[in-house]
Design a protein around this ligand. Sequence first.
Ligand SMILES: [Zn+2]
Length: 133
Amino acid sequence: MPTPSSTACPCGRGPAFDACCGRYTRTAVPAPDAESLMRSRYSAFVRGDAAHLLATWHASTRPATLDLEPGVQWLGLEVRSRRVIDADHAEVEFVARSRLGGRATRLHERSHFVREGGCWYYVDGDLFTKDPA
Ligand SMILES: [Zn+2]
């Protein structure tokens, strides 16, 4: 079921999707910083927006196609830290919680972003596998 665009943004920051991540997922407006891009990508996962995920994936690491797992229930996003390395490189550490078939999953990742031609792109990420719950 599609999420109405007037509801709270899935990323947890904005009052409404349209005023938050919707600005970047549904228009040609580039996200102004790595954290905003990371949040818009989380919202795209929640909304099943594979097109936005592929469009914001750096060409060097982007998969040819993206099959979003059906039935995943996203529970929330928590941005732990963000680090600006230089004008065109940044890192964002986050925890995203989801549930699939009754099993809770916790994704803890430090994502790497690069800016090219004024647009931020997701490059890859380091998973934190050993992490106290
Ligand atoms: Zn948002």
